[in-house]
Design a protein around this ligand. Structure first.
Ligand code: ZN
Length: 540
């Protein structure tokens, strides 16, 4: 099957293309223009912008916490139809459809406890169209902390990381409030970089360093994905700055940095520290970040940072929450309503935009709302519009509390994102650190994941409903409507691991759980779905 997308404005920063031209697709892959053969299918992209399918590197779309979030939002869902927050945590099937309509073709679920990996993969397998991957969570688990307490070798930690990646079929490793979730079990209610986990005698700093080294030495393309200590607290920019300094040049990804962009200035002791953070990121080429932008409206926070979620439970809106603890991280689900007239929420909104606009290198900043923690992923088009227009930001700023905006630098920032920067940050940049060289660009050999948008002045409208989306060369979206709900792949690393660690984990799981370790392993048949999967209407 030969397909031609003709006459669109192709923006492919990886291959240096910014021109009106054609893209050719043979079956699932992009190919060089063929010498003579005629296409079986032609899509008219004139007046449109052609980009590689977008990648979301951090979006909570599967797992038991996500399902709890659906249930906790039932009160919000009982609002009048027009106000219903249908897309905050949609059902699996609709998740794929909503992402695809916006031109997204790959999404990473970033917080999968190895003990829940099978359940998360089964849920991901029910999300159509997009390819999915997971990050496995380590860093508050008894086994790793036991290795560190026992001063075991770096190779023991590497073996454990490799075993975890293979068992849970993950694409990388994440650590969430390193040490803090374990300290919570000992009744700690705050935990910072140099605090020490009771009983284990290990600091947060040491956990991060050990995992950073192991992830890199095992050969995982994605650097350690770090949710720092002290999320959401005034003055926590100091924690993020100290964490960046502690990386000492080793690759590190800082998740949802907006939630660490806070100083203690001003009458209320809460201010933006985004300029200092942006400066530190600009000066640290080993660091990538995603922002975790806040957008106003009802949402729900989902996090395995059980300490943070426990402390935040009093601010639940609607007033119900769920905290569960257990092995390693546990988790918490706390509904939250970001209000434009609230001082703190307005500062948070501004901090995210400041980070986007003050970090110079678009190859190291990724679009996220930390779905659904800052906002549902369906608000991306509105975020792109704000970043692309200084006037649009000024309009919004004028409606927000003046004392909040006064403790930020946002009004003074003139930068406007270009379409090229959007094309870098949506598909191209995140593909690199994930090790997904088959996507994020439109060169020959790339997977034919392609989004075509009508180039219109209303950027939010433009990015909300793609004119066409091709997934693996097949048309899945036309004019913002899903026309075919085929199923994508589960992306995982194929790493081997040492036989010694398998035997050791068998003994450990037998001792700790009375179970063989395969209770947490994800078998091949639990990944993905038959492809294509036809005949299912995309509604829900
Ligand atoms: Zn997150």
């Amino acid at each position: 099957m030969l397909t031609r997308i003709t006459g669109g404005h192709i923006i492919d920063p990886v291959n240096g293309r910014d021109e009106i031209g054609d893209i050719w697709v043979r079956d699932e892959r992009i190919v060089a223009p063929p010498a003579a053969s005629a296409p079986h299918e032609t899509y008219d992209a004139r007046g449109g912008v052609v980009m590689a399918g977008a990648i979301d590197i951090h979006s909570h779309i599967a797992g038991s916490n996500v399902n709890s979030a659906r249930l906790l939002l039932s009160q919000a869902a009982a609002r009048p139809m027009a106000e219903k927050p249908l897309s905050i945590e949609p059902p699996t099937f609709r998740t794929g459809c909503l992402y695809a309509a916006m031109g997204f073709t790959t999404v990473v679920e970033p917080a999968v406890a190895p003990t829940y990996a099978l359940h998360a993969h089964l849920e991901l397998a029910d999300i159509p169209i997009i390819d999915k991957a997971t990050l496995a969570v380590l860093g508050n688990d008894d086994f790793l902390l036991g290795l560190l307490r026992g001063r075991e070798s770096a190779s023991a930690i590497r073996d454990y990381v490799a075993w975890t990646l293979a068992t849970s079929r993950a694409l990388g490793i994440k650590v969430i409030n390193p040490g803090g979730a374990m300290a919570f079990k000992f009744n700690a209610r705050s935990f910072s970089l140099d605090d020490v986990v009771p009983f284990y005698g290990v600091s947060s700093r040491a956990i991060v360093k050990a995992l950073q080294h192991a992830v890199q030495e095992v050969g995982v393309p994605h650097p350690l994905h770090l949710h720092c200590n002290n999320l959401g607290l005034p003055g926590n920019a100091e924690t993020a700055l100290a964490t960046i300094a502690a990386a000492e040049g080793l690759p590190l990804h800082l998740a949802h940095l907006q939630f660490y962009g806070y100083g203690k200035e001003g009458a209320r002791g809460f201010s933006s520290a985004a300029p200092r953070l942006a400066e530190a990121v600009n000066g640290s080429r080993n660091v990538t970040i995603d922002v975790g932008q806040v957008m106003f409206g009802q949402t729900v926070t989902i996090s395995s940072d059980v300490l943070r979620q426990f402390n935040a439970r009093g601010r639940a809106s609607p007033k119900k929450w769920m905290i569960q603890d257990g092995d390693a991280n546990g988790g918490g689900v706390v509904p939250y309503d970001y209000r434009a007239h609230d001082f703190y929420n307005a500062v948070q909104w501004a901090v995210g935009l400041e980070l986007f606009l003050l970090i110079d290198d678009p190859w190291r900043v990724f679009f996220t709302t930390d779905h659904p923690n800052g906002a549902p992923f369906t608000s991306y088009p509105d975020l792109f519009a704000l970043l692309m227009s200084r006037d649009k930001r000024a309009e919004r700023i004028a409606t927000l509390p003046a004392d909040a905006i006064a403790v930020t630098t946002l009004p003074s920032i003139t930068r406007e994102y270009s379409l090229t920067e959007i094309a870098i940050m949506k598909p191209a940049a995140p593909a690199k650190p994930l090790g997904l060289s088959d996507r994020g660009h439109l060169g020959p050999g790339a997977r034919a994941d392609i989004a075509v948008y009508s180039d219109e002045p209303d950027r939010a409208r433009m990015f909300r409903a793609a004119r066409f989306v091709l997934k693996d060369g097949e048309l899945v979206v036309r004019d913002g409507e899903v026309v075919q709900a085929r199923f994508g792949r589960a992306l995982a690393l194929r790493l081997g691991h040492d036989g010694g660690i398998a035997r050791r984990m068998a003994r450990y799981c037998e001792d700790r759980y009375g179970l063989a370790p395969d209770f947490m392993s994800v078998p091949e048949h639990a990944l993905g779905r038959p492809d294509p999967f036809e005949g299912v209407p995309c509604a829900g």
